[in-house]
Design a protein around this ligand. Structure first.
Ligand code: 5AD
Ligand code: SF4
Length: 480
């Protein structure tokens, strides 16, 4: 496109968001339509999401923007626009992205018109962006976590100037509302309540790549939930790196309660709670509102008070255990799940035994176990005594065995009971089965048809199979 024309379009663009992005989406659509006419077919896009629920939610927004521009969604990375929304919480997430980028290069050779883009947490690290610019020159757009809302503008600049674009912001206090969004599931949706993290756990890169905490206003959140409910959503997952430090004119528990009271919402979940500030008010609100799910994800990280201190977690072993006991006591039927890191610098066998001890005492219903991964820029990366790999691997194995054994026993507790299940999807291996979830987050497979999806049904839990159940619809008691 001629410079004069580009400048004219830029001068016409509204300054305020999201109007500016809708304007650029329109401009992109004109160019994409021309390309479609030349090719005689629709253009396709594919987003590959790495990492957590936050990234999954961001990808829904990114897909919303691409669809507004005129792309059709595809599962294949041999598409006209391929975007990787990256994660950097552990090194292996980075390696996977580099591996995939190598594959993309061969696809691009076959389709030179293909546009490739990378965004998300990895891009907030300077050394990553340098590597990509140097060794993966086929990447056309690079942007970070703070400016995903600007995809239309960046894509327009790329199409207009025919030049690779990079835009990275160190931080932001901005929250752009009312972007288009394409939900992956009809009946459930994540809703961001806050962005960023201020905790600086010493091993964690998240505060560096996601920036400082910013909370959305309760009004924006509730009106999004109302819109979703009107659109058929029955389950909401409130998302934040640490929902307990939600800051607005109401507390997180009050927000949770208000969300659970929105008409049409059958279930509310939330992710993630930091043990240091999980309040009694939150426990009471969960206890007293049956549509708030009986599930608390409470990352432990380590059971050793000494390691917890160096991790900057701001709780110790005893406070964690008594918090978990209180949650179990106050909320009957609740499940407690966790994240545990093995091999933090300086972790001794005694420290590790403390972790096993907490696992035995709390009896986690399930646990995500991670091998410590050194992240450049974090405090822990500078610490001496990184634990040798063979010792870490051996501890990891022992932890996994214990966690698996206990979660099997926890699952078996409800065998033979009839419980409410949210029907989620047709089972991918056996289409005669529907897979759903209990309020406590356990998975149940049962015979049923796809019209049940999105509704809550009573299911008899015939058989506990480790982490999940086989069940049968209980016809005598119907719920919805
Ligand atoms: N190494 C290993 N695991 C990590 N996590 C965060 N940072 C690291 C790291 N450097 C884990 C924590 C967190 C989960 C999302 O990822 O357990 O709760
Ligand atoms: Fe990372 Fe800790 Fe923040 Fe969680 S609370 S995102 S582990 S710094």
């Amino acid at each position: 496109m001629e410079r004069k024309l580009i400048d004219k379009i830029l001068a016409e663009a509204p300054a305020e968001e999201p109007a500016r992005q809708y304007f650029f989406a329109d401009e992109c659509r004109k160019i994409i339509t021309e390309k479609e006419n030349l090719k005689g077919r629709k253009l396709t896009c594919c987003i590959n999401t790495f990492g957590c629920q936050m990234n999954a939610k961001d990808s829904e927004k990114l897909l919303g923007i691409l669809k507004t521009i005129g792309y059709e969604e595809s599962d294949s990375e041999q598409s006209d626009f391929v975007l990787y929304n990256t994660c950097t919480v552990r090194e292996n997430a980075n390696e996977r992205v580099y591996g995939r980028l190598g594959v993309l290069k061969t696809y691009k050779k076959r389709n030179p018109d293909m546009i490739t883009a990378v965004c998300g947490c990895m891009m907030q690290e300077k050394h990553v962006v340098e590597t990509i610019k140097k060794s993966y020159r086929h990447v056309n757009l690079i942007f970070g976590t703070h400016n995903i809302y600007k995809l239309a503008e960046l894509l327009f600049m790329y199409l207009a100037e025919d030049r690779n674009q990079t835009e990275l912001l160190e931080g932001t206090d901005k929250i752009v509302e009312n972007l288009p969004s394409e939900r992956k599931f009809n009946y459930k949706s994540g809703v961001n309540i806050m962005f960023g993290c201020n905790n600086f756990c010493s091993y964690c890169i998240v505060p560096y790549v996601r920036g400082r905490e910013r909370s959305r206003s309760p009004e924006e959140i509730i009106s999004e939930v109302r819109r979703l409910s009107a659109d058929g959503v029955t389950e909401i997952m409130l998302l934040g790196q640490n929902v307990n430090s939600y800051k607005a004119d109401i507390s997180f528990p009050q927000l949770l309660k208000q969300v659970s009271e929105v008409e049409g919402i059958r279930r509310v979940r939330f992710m993630t709670s930091h043990p240091k500030d999980l309040s009694d008010e939150l426990i009471e609100v969960i206890r007293d509102n049956p549509s708030i799910c009986r599930h608390v994800h409470l990352p432990l990280q380590s059971g050793s008070s000494r390691i917890l201190k160096i991790m900057n977690r701001r709780y110790d072993k005893e406070t964690y255990i008594s918090l978990a006991e209180k949650i179990r006591r106050e909320i009957p039927g609740v499940s407690i799940t966790t994240d545990i890191i093995v091999g933090f610098p300086g972790e001794t066998e005694e420290d590790f035994q403390e972790t096993l001890d907490v696992v035995r005492k709390v009896r986690f219903d399930s646990a995500f176990t991670f091998i410590y991964s050194k992240r450049t820029g974090t405090k822990a990366a500078e610490m001496p005594d990184q634990v040798p790999k063979d010792i870490v691997d051996e501890r990891f194995r022992r932890l996994l065995d214990l966690v698996t054994e206990i979660s099997k026993e926890q699952t078996a507790l409800y065998e033979g009971c009839t419980m409410e299940v949210m029907a989620e999807e047709v089972n991918s291996r056996d289409p005669s089965l529907i897979s759903g979830r209990l309020s406590n987050n356990s998975i149940v497979h049962f015979k049923g048809s796809s019209d049940l999806i999105g509704s809550v049904i009573n299911v008899h839990l015939d058989e506990a199979k480790g982490f999940y159940y086989y069940g049968t619809i209980a016809h005598d008691v119907s719920v919805s």
